[in-house]
Each structure stands twice: as structure tokens, then as C-alpha cells.
Design a binder for this molecule. Structure first.
Ligand SMILES: N[C@@H](CCC(=O)N[C@@H](CS)C(=O)NCC(=O)O)C(=O)O
Length: 205
């Protein structure tokens, strides 16, 4: 099987991919980078990800970047883990919607809150519309069933769950009861616990 290598800074956004890899359950290597030492800006790493960002995932000769793309890729590439909704399944459209909602709505809504613009942007001009609507849509989605796709835990939960988890950790998202309950449920997953433990160990080394 082609080798999996995660380019990771512990903890950071690449912890999302680490969680996903733990859910997949295939062996992988970690190539640790120190962001504070600028190891993500070296020519060697820029050849892997010209954005100079983590995560990046190497699978054989393929390099994938962007958390949501990596999670989508891994779920499709390793269907045995049952973390995807496959092509042909009518639920796939909604599944993809949530995978894209993370980077295209949650992340910019949070970042605009953390670093407000001098002038308020028109709602129609922002891809995510407005912060409160994003929160309301999310609260409804995560409280409807056990997971976003019902009883099935999927890569979409890794992406959206991570956004909610990190957002609340950095006080950029409200601790709405729907978010807290959903995140607590995710935190019971052994794969997330293993990823967290790995991050603690790597950060302390
Ligand atoms: N859009 C990327 C964002 C990745 C990202 O911003 N990673 C941060 C770590 S939290 C990073 O590499 N920062 C280092 C830098 O920009 O110098 C994704 O979703 O994967």
C-alpha cells in the first residue's frame, strides 16, 4: 500500500487531518514541522505545499493539501472505514455540502470575527452571509441526530466538528448547548482521543 505521510505541527489545523487519519486506521508517518522556527517556509517544505501551510498529506506520490480536501480524499480512498458517502448515494450531496461548509462558511465567519474589517461588508458580498446565520444553521444541523449525516459518522463530522471545537476553544464561537453536546459526543471517539494524545506528546517533545 502507498505510504501515508502527514506534515504536521502539533497542535494546529493539521490536527484535523491527524484525527481523520486515526479514524481511517491505516498506518501513517508524521513529518513534524515547527511553525515558530519557520520550518514551513523552507524550500523543501514549500516544494510540498507552496502555501507554506500545514497540513499536507503525501499518499505515495500524491500530495493533498487543505483539510477538507484531505478528509474527503481519505474517506473516499479508504471506504472500508465507512467515513464517506459514496458517489451514487443520494445523501452524497448533503455530505459534500457539509465538507465545503467548513472552509467556505465557518472558517471565514470565525476569522472575520477575530479580525474585523474597518468597514462592514455587505451581507450579499460575503460567501458565508453573516455570522449569526452560520451559527443558527450549524446549531440546527448538529442537533438533529447523532451526527451530521444521521447515525453515520463521516468525514464531514471531522471537518465541522473540528471547526466547532477549535472555535469554542478560542472563544470565537458561542458555547451554544447544541455545539457543546455535539463536540462532547465527538470527544468520546477513541480516534479523536488518540489524535489529542499524540499532539500532547509531540508538543511536549
Ligand atoms: N486552508 C488551510 C489552512 C491551513 C493553515 O492555516 N494552517 C496553519 C496552521 S493552524 C499554518 O500552517 N500556519 C503557518 C503559516 O501560515 O505560517 C486548511 O484548511 O488546511
Amino acid at each position: 500500500m502507498a505510504k501515508l505521510t502527514l506534515y504536521h505541527a502539533a497542535p494546529s489545523r493539521s490536527s484535523v487531518t491527524c484525527w481523520m487519519l486515526e479514524e481511517i486506521g491505516e498506518p501513517y508517518d508524521i513529518h513534524l514541522l515547527s511553525l515558530t522556527k519557520g520550518e514551513n517556509r523552507t524550500p523543501d517544505y514549500l516544494a510540498v505545499n507552496p502555501m507554506g501551510k500545514v497540513p499536507a498529506l503525501k499518499h505515495g506520490d500524491v500530495v493533498i493539501t487543505e483539510n477538507a480536501a484531505i478528509c474527503t480524499y481519505l474517506a473516499d480512498e479508504f471506504p472500508r472505514a465507512k467515513l464517506n458517502v459514496p458517489v451514487g448515494d443520494p445523501r452524497r450531496g448533503v455530505y459534500l455540502k457539509w465538507l465545503f461548509f467548513g472552509p467556505s462558511c465557518i472558517e471565514p465567519a470565525i476569522m472575520d470575527r477575530a479580525f474585523p474589517r474597518k468597514e462592514e461588508a455587505r451581507r450579499a458580498a460575503l460567501g458565508y452571509g453573516d455570522y449569526d446565520t452560520v451559527m443558527d444553521v450549524l446549531a440546527k444541523a448538529v442537533s438533529k441526530d447523532t451526527y451530521l449525516m444521521g447515525q453515520q459518522f463521516t468525514a464531514a463530522d471531522v471537518v465541522i466538528g473540528s471547526g466547532l471545537r477549535w472555535g469554542m476553544m478560542f472563544k470565537l464561537l458561542p458555547e451554544r448547548p447544541e455545539f457543546v453536546t455535539y463536540v462532547k459526543r465527538l470527544e468520546q471517539r477513541p480516534a479523536l482521543q488518540r489524535a489529542d494524545a499524540k499532539d500532547k506528546e509531540l508538543a511536549a517533545a
